[in-house]
Design a protein around this ligand. Sequence first.
Ligand SMILES: Cc1cc2nc3c(=O)[nH]c(=O)nc-3n(C[C@H](O)[C@H](O)[C@H](O)COP(=O)(O)OP(=O)(O)OC[C@H]3O[C@@H](n4cnc5c(N)ncnc54)[C@H](O)[C@@H]3O)c2cc1C
Ligand code: SF4
Ligand code: SF4
Length: 422
Amino acid sequence: MAEVQTTNQSILVVGGGMSGITSALEAAEAGYDVVLVEKNPYLGGRVTQLYQYFPKLCPPNCGLEINFRRMRQNPKVRFFTMAEVANISGSEGNYDVSIKLLPRYVNDKCTCCGKCSDVCEAEIDNPFNFGMDKIKGAYLPHEFAFPMRYVMDPSIVETEDGKKCLEACEYDAVELDMAETTFDLNVGAIVWAAGWDPYEAEKIDYYGFGEYKNVITNMMMERMASPNGPTGGKILRPSDGKEVKNIAFVQCAGSRDENHLPYCSGVCCLASMKQAIYVREAHPDCAISIFFIDIRALDRLEDFYTKVQEDEKIEFIKSKIANISEDEATGSLLLEGENTRTGEQLRMTFDMAVLATGMVPNKFDIDGAPEVAADEYGFVVNDPEKAGIYGAGCVRRPTDVASSVQDATSSALKAIQSIARR
Ligand SMILES: Cc1cc2nc3c(=O)[nH]c(=O)nc-3n(C[C@H](O)[C@H](O)[C@H](O)COP(=O)(O)OP(=O)(O)OC[C@H]3O[C@@H](n4cnc5c(N)ncnc54)[C@H](O)[C@@H]3O)c2cc1C
Ligand code: SF4
Ligand code: SF4
């Protein structure tokens, strides 16, 4: 069992996305001991899957790398990947927490030589690319992974592939008998920064996601546009690998809808506009139609909307798409709805449709834990009456990275104040 020394002056941060990393670093740089736990085999959260950031269209890895460097240089932050909170008890100023560590089957001697992957025959759906491609059962989660270390999928551990990986590794880094472990912590305050998951597009049955290959989600588009994604950055139709001639972006896919997510996710209009730019850069002849109820661009990012509108090949159509169907012979998609500006019925055919699905908060739901206030949709509300556990970033509201970082900084301060009060 791992032993991690903490006291009731320490802070636990749950979730190693931009928000959790920020809270952890801000608290550590103010002199507090921090333990950060992340359930993925790498830090960075959803941002690692984005190709570029709006509005500047820069790669997210630059910002992440700066934070990883801050983390490497600060012994006050200890982080654990493949780690989740199993249990929390206690109250403000004195929480007992149990952390579960899942086996990675690869230890920190890994040099990323890749030989285990070379000899492994089994392939699994690549979770980083939403299953759009396959990877070997022994794999590096992605090329900028932090920590930079391979992982073995549990499905290969007890197979011939597992043995081959063990034999191929010249650094004694493969540990097939690694098991799940737990360790206990005592901390004074907790920051819940578990982020968000994409809304399950299968639930919007009239858009045919999961049934029609050429209907994808906005997060899948981020991976498709990335040079390290499943198509090497080319925007290709999943059904036949052909270059796309026209694409529909369907806004509010499930959002602002009482049957799905009643709220607005705030960033998916900007995300679609950004993705329209990705497509136009990769395929200058491709025409784009963005179907929207109304465009919501976060405050200063309205300028970005204005810029995108200047592109003649990007058309904005005010309409809530009612149905998508597929021509089985060609894989083309028929979108139907009403143009709410003109009142005309709309029937348009596209090579591909991108659903702008919204963000669902990862709720605070831990065995034995004290209650944390949340709104009707599950977003954490930092209630002064229930001090000690604070939400940070997209668990508090769906938003962009800059606002998540600001919110995470204020949550770190709240955690510090909480400790100071006791
Ligand atoms: C299509 C799309 C495009 C976007 N593009 C942009 C953009 O260009 N620019 C921009 O500013 N914003 C963009 N965003 C928004 C951006 O993704 C969020 O602002 C950002 O992810 C918020 O970071 P976070 O740390 O709060 O959450 P996350 O990124 O979700 O990180 C949360 C972390 O917590 C971990 N976790 C979850 N549950 C647990 C648990 N129980 N225990 C331990 N760990 C856990 C997760 O694995 C994850 O690593 C986009 C969003 C979408 C949907
Ligand atoms: S586990 Fe061993 S073989 Fe696999 S990448 Fe790491 S060092 Fe190389
Ligand atoms: S940001 Fe745009 S697409 Fe997303 S829910 Fe709000 S209005 Fe709809």
